[in-house]
Design a binder for this molecule. Structure first.
Ligand code: GAL
Length: 339
């Protein structure tokens, strides 16, 4: 495994940003910024053996700082939405920044995606670490968090670990935008996708779960057998229509939980995790974004499989819990395997 670090520009306050490059024996490459522990590139061979960069990203740190679509970033402390940005824990009320309609999204005003993380090589992997201080974005507890990323053969793996000195909430994910035909190659309507999920979280007009877990059967949300992403994307199903495409959490019911193939490249992505859900997001708010190499990355030019707990779980005690207690160790993994 070849691993090296190189400069990737500076923030406006002069802080230096680095990019880690990991290339395995088969030539599969990953480029990860310490800014946001952000996956900038994943380069894998297509059906003819030619290298293809399958994730959206930018060429400069300035574009990452200016962007608001979380391209490739590590999301925390709580990914996805918290209704009205409020919650109660151990009888204490906490108020978070409201940045998505009436709700809190992806950690708030300055989430984990907007910090420079400490990073070091650990064997074949790079580990990104930060301490999110007590009260950051309104969350309780000093949270020590690490994200270990790298290749295991043709699997790009992400391992999260966290501990807190006070009970808190946590829902970490990675926000990579995949286009298996190559970043900047157009929309993903002709990609085939299969998701091992019998149910999804029904949402209101602000994409906040109502609490109902509905069956995918007979709906646009049914990906239990391989289907073109574009097939039902204009469907009248409220979840799809309101979001201008897919932007919903699926309740994972088997493993690996998803498989997608780019029609032109023949690249197949097999995704797995130990998390209970996955947000399928088809880049419905991505417009006029200039990607790497100046390539246009617009509406539905990628899809995200954000592995996570169900959104707003803190208000749904019947769902798997996002509470991390003092003294407990939070651990989770996600893998993206290219075949
Ligand atoms: C997704 C979220 C979308 C949108 C996107 C970032 O995770 O569900 O609604 O906010 O992130 O642009």
């Amino acid at each position: 495994m070849e691993i090296f670090k190189e400069p990737f520009g500076k923030l406006s306050d002069g802080a230096e940003v680095s990019r880690w490059v990991l290339i395995n024996e088969k030539g599969l490459a990953a480029k990860i910024l310490d800014y946001g522990a952000t996956i900038q590139s994943l380069i894998v061979p297509d059906k003819n053996g030619n290298p293809v960069d399958v994730v959206l990203g930018h060429d400069t740190i300035e574009e990452y700082v200016a962007g608001d679509c979380y391209l490739g970033a590590t999301i925390g402390r709580v990914g996805n939405r918290i209704g009205e940005g409020k919650f109660e824990l151990n009888g204490e009320k906490y108020e978070l920044f409201v940045n998505n309609g009436p709700n809190h999204l992806h950690g708030g005003k300055k989430g984990f995606d907007s910090f420079i993380w400490e990073a070091e090589r650990e064997g074949d992997f790079v580990v990104f670490k930060r301490i999110s201080p007590d009260g950051e974005e309104g969350y309780p507890g000093n949270l020590e968090v690490s994200v270990k990323m790298g290749w295991k053969e043709n699997s790009f793996t992400i391992e999260y670990e966290a501990k807190t000195d006070k009970d808190t909430v946590i829902n970490l994910t990675n926000h990579s935008y995949f286009n298996l035909n190559g970043a900047g190659s157009g929309d993903i309507h002709s990609h085939t996708l299969e998701i091992n999920a019998e149910k999804y979280t029904v949402c209101d007009e602000n994409c906040l779960p109502t609490g109902e877990l509905a069956s995918v059967s007979g709906t646009a949300m049914d990906f239990r057998t391989p289907k073109l992403i574009g097939k039902d994307i204009e469907n009248d199903e409220p979840c799809v229509k309101l979001s201008r495409g897919y932007d919903s959490t699926f309740v994972i019911s088997g493993h690996p939980f998803a498989k997608a193939t780019g029609d032109l490249s023949g690249i197949t992505l097999v995704a797995d995790t130990d998390q209970p859900g996955v947000q399928l997001y088809t880049a419905n708010f991505l417009t006029d974004s200039r990607g790497k190499g100046g390539l246009e990355c617009g509406l539905r030019s990628a899809f995200c499989l954000e592995t996570q707990h169900f959104p707003d779980s803190i208000h749904h005690p019947e769902w798997p819990s996002v509470i991390l207690r003092k003294g407990e160790i939070f651990k989770s993994f996600t893998s993206y395997t290219f075949v």
